[in-house]
Structure formats: C-alpha cells, structure tokens
Design a protein. Structure first.
Length: 204
C-alpha cells in the first residue's frame, strides 16, 4: 500500500474542495490513487474537483479514501506552515497514519466506498473545443484558493471552458495539479430592466 508525503498546503487545497457532510459519504475526504502515472490525490464534491500528482513513480493500482476529519487535524494554520511535510502511510487493512513534522501522529481508517472515476470527467484540451459557459462564483473561488495554497499566483491560473462539459483549470507553476469545475446549468443571466434607458430617456 502507498506511502506518500503531502504538504500542508496540498492538504488544505484538498479540503477546500472536499465536502463536509455530503450524503455521498465517500466524497467526505480525499482519495489517494496509485497507478502507472504515479500517486495522485483527489477531492471532489461533484461540482468541482482537484487532482494533484504527488509522486511520478509508477505504482500498482490502489485507491484509498482518507477521511476529511483526519486531514483537518494535520492541515495546520497560517501561511508559514504551507510547505510543512506530512507523511502519510496506508496499510493493506485500510489503516491510515499521518505523521506531522513535530512528530504528532494521527491515525484513522479509510472510508469504505467507491470513489468516482475522475478520469472520465477530466477533459482532453487538445481535442475538446472551447465553448462559453456559466460558473458558480463560489466554486471558482474555492478552486482559485486551492491552487493558490499550492503556489499558484493570480496570473498563473487558467481555465479552459467546454460548454456544458467539465472545464479544466490549471496553473503553470503547479504542473502536477489540475482542477475541474462543472458549469452552472441555469438560464442565461438577464440584464435588469432598469439598467438601460429607452431612446426617449425612459426606463425599459
């Protein structure tokens, strides 16, 4: 089973996306996934998603969901702790141990559930055309905050829109992370009637 290192910044970024009390209990945490691409940590609430590759070394396929409460305990506080390294060890029986820089050890059990197939909703920028879409500002804010916690700056974050399909968000300075945002499926925003005047100078 995998052993990996997560910075507190990455942990906080995952927590910015993962829900707290979703009825889909398996989403209330972050998934550690290993395969031929390496080790990837992921969080999603079904509307936005964050994926971070923390190790590029190929590994056998595994999937473990770390409970949100366990991650919250190791998230730390303040910007000075963002680069602190937290060691994560997962055993075959689903026991998860988080060891903080000061030696604090936190232990919990993996969430038993089937995590969504995150590969299916990750768009392929080279073949998927850009189409206009609307987005929930709260989701945009959370994804923006998550990428900033891992080192992205204001001008570094880019989003590729795909109409009603998932949209890809990346940051050049954080090449091993990507985020996905689902569009806001609602009618086009209407201009308020008071916002313009008629040719005679009256309200519309």
């Amino acid at each position: 089973m995998p052993s990996l290192t997560l910075t507190r910044g990455t942990i906080r970024a995952l927590l910015a996306i993962a829900p707290t009390t979703d009825v889909r209990y398996y989403l209330n945490g972050a998934r550690v996934k290993t395969d031929a691409r390496g080790t990837i940590v992921e969080a999603t609430d079904g509307h936005a998603m964050l994926r971070v590759r923390v190790d590029a070394a190929p590994a056998p396929m595994t999937s473990t969901i770390i409970p949100r409460a366990l991650l919250e305990g190791a998230a730390g506080k303040g910007r000075k702790t963002l680069l602190d390294a937290v060691q994560v060890d997962i055993t075959s029986d689903g026991t998860i141990t988080l060891t903080e820089p000061d030696g604090t050890v936190r232990t919990g059990k993996a969430i038993d559930g089937q995590y969504p197939d995150t590969d299916k909703v990750t768009p392929l920028p080279d073949i998927t055309p850009i189409e206009p879409a609307q987005f929930n500002p709260a989701l945009l804010s959370r994804v923006h905050a998550a990428l900033q916690l891992m080192g992205a700056d204001e001008g570094d974050i880019q989003m590729r829109q795909h109409g009603m399909k998932p949209s890809l968000v990346t940051a050049a300075f954080v090449p091993d992370a990507l985020a996905i945002i689902m569009p806001w499926r609602q009618p086009d925003a209407a201009l308020p009637s008071w916002a313009t005047l008629t040719e005679t100078g009256g309200a519309r």
